[in-house]
Design a protein around this ligand. Structure first.
Ligand SMILES: [Fe+2]
Length: 249
């Protein structure tokens, strides 16, 4: 019975993993998107609670240089349900196998429920490397409302030769290396609602994380197709030893 459950579990997640492999360009620099990280029921609960909540000026949590370009609102720490909302997000991230494989989190931290009304945006900046709760290796944004509900508000990742624009569906997460310059375009109509946060990974180097993600994907695929074969065991041994070798102490 347990074996059957295991196979069903992996086959569900393997579909998501293969979806990534088909979008090979997304793997470069490990900028990844995962749809439905939050279920519609969870989104409804979160959005319902946020309607009642008090928001404060987002500048209060910006670093000394980002404060010059940050113009949004964030959920007040005084809000009675904030710990419960954070728990829901942490649980969703901890339960998602692809997210875990790709980020290898030591600590997921510093969640901020953010709101951008008309005229608000967040100019070009890089996130602080160190926050009170941990180091920032990976930044993420989870979209809490539909892109049809607002105009503007795209998340732009600025690379040396190009910019990538993301305005994603409700419940989708995007995560990317925290060393990237990025911005949020000004919202010209409606309200953009997101939750952002950071990951201190066991593997701080993005290239090493990518190697481990590829190997982990392949070993799970072998396990799914052929079971616990000698090839799986050897690959799994290499994965584990590489993880041990790469991981921060
Ligand atoms: Fe940022």
């Amino acid at each position: 019975m347990d074996e059957i459950r295991t196979i069903i579990y992996f086959s569900r997640h393997l579909q998501e993993i293969f979806w990534f492999l088909l979008r090979a360009e997304a793997l470069f620099y490990m900028i990844l998107q995962l749809e439905n990280i939050l279920t519609p029921e969870i989104l409804q609960t979160i959005n319902h609670q946020l309607e009642e909540a008090k928001f404060i000026d987002g500048k209060k949590t910006a670093g000394w240089h980002a404060v010059k370009v940050k113009n949004n609102e964030q959920l007040s720490n005084q809000f009675s349900e904030i710990r419960n909302l954070e728990k829901i997000i942490y649980q969703a991230l901890n339960e998602n196998i692809v997210f875990q494989m790709a980020t290898i989190p030591k600590k997921i931290h510093s969640l901020r429920f953010s709101r951008y009304s008309q005229g608000m945006g967040y100019g070009s900046h890089v996130d602080d490397a160190l926050m009170k709760e941990g180091r920032t290796d990976i930044s993420f944004t989870i979209f809490l409302n539909s892109p049809q509900e607002y105009e503007g508000g795209e998340l732009i990742l600025e690379e040396v030769n190009e910019e990538r624009s993301f305005k994603l569906s409700t419940g989708t997460i995007i995560f990317y290396p925290s060393y990237s310059l990025h911005r949020v375009e000004t919202v010209t109509k409606g309200v953009r609602k997101v939750v952002v946060g950071w990951i201190e990974s066991w593997i701080r180097d993005v290239q090493k994380r990518e190697i481990l993600f590829d190997l982990d994907t392949v070993r799970r695929s072998i396990f799914h197709k052929q079971g616990k074969t000698a090839e799986f065991d050897l690959l799994s041994k290499s994965y584990s030893n590489l993880l041990r070798f790469f991981a921060d102490s």
